[in-house]
Design a protein around this ligand. Sequence first.
Ligand SMILES: [Zn+2]
Length: 381
Amino acid sequence: MSTRMVREYQICLNCIMDTTDSLIQFDHKGYCDHCNNYYNNILPNWHPNERGARQLQRVVDQIKRDGEGKSYDCIIGISGGVDSSYLLYYAKEILGLRPLAFAVDTGWNLNVAVENIEKIVKGLEIDLYTEVVNWKEMRDLQLAYFKSQVPYQDTPQDHVIFAALYNYASRSGIKYVLTGGNYSTECVREPIEWVYLNDLRQLKDIHKRFGTVALKSLPLCGMFKYRLYYRYFKGMKVVKPLDLIPYKKEDVIETLEERFGWQRYANKHFESIFTRFYEGYWLIKKFGYDKRRAHFSSLILTGQMTREEALNKLKEPPYDEELALEDLGYVAKKIGLTVDEFIQLMNGENKTYKDYKSNAWISQLAIKTAILLRMEKRQFR
Ligand SMILES: [Zn+2]
């Protein structure tokens, strides 16, 4: 039996992160380390103003020069969500780049996401490449993750989407990958125990223990390949333009709605039934982790929501209970379980990323070394 320390409940007095992040630390004012990280490390290095604009212009000039004579000068992974949709628009129309839009069909996309992608690429006259992954393998990996009882059930899809994009960019010689990652809506990172991402060693271990179908064609990409081989040997560059421009969620959504008839989702990541069910039910009911906490906290820190608004919104269930149960049936059937089997998993013993093989020690060691060398200013845990 595992023993877990029970910690007294505490919530940050500035944002709404709380002790459901078991590693959270509070200072004497009752502010959490996410807030302090934002004020001390992110904010002083974040310039969505003229300074950012100049920096972005230099990168854009370089991308254009390197892309001369090629069909595309950069690639942008698109999910149909706000960040990637806006990035595609901004890259083509404002920056004058020639991106290829890259989508991955993992078998779960909601119509609204697919329609959003179509509206944007048609409206901008951008080529779209959609990689359809092998569903039998995808399903087997997802089933293995559910059986492993870890919180982060979006890892299989996230990994495959990430790997498909970078593997494709490398194969087709596209040097610049533009991503929609941004401080404005994501400055409060989700704690490692809620989302443990992109560790191929762990993915393989979980699949080895609980999977039944060999993963032959599923796109995979380890950190070494991504951080060392692609970057240093293939010269791939990852650019995050949204941190260099003013980026406010509501303004951006308005632009997308007006310009393309883009449709908003009920919640930040509710682009598929899977994500809706996983974030709104599995993660909350089984683990008590509410991803809205991190998302709303980001919006509080960046002045896009008040703490009171966030607390009120958090009181509402993330989605309708009846719809949740309908989704449970849908997800169970799609991954090959009966509703009873799925409920057994819901009630089973919760596991963490530490219960399976992982490369967490490597990144922790790298971070510690960097801190010792004072190369890394950001605060990690
Ligand atoms: Zn805080």
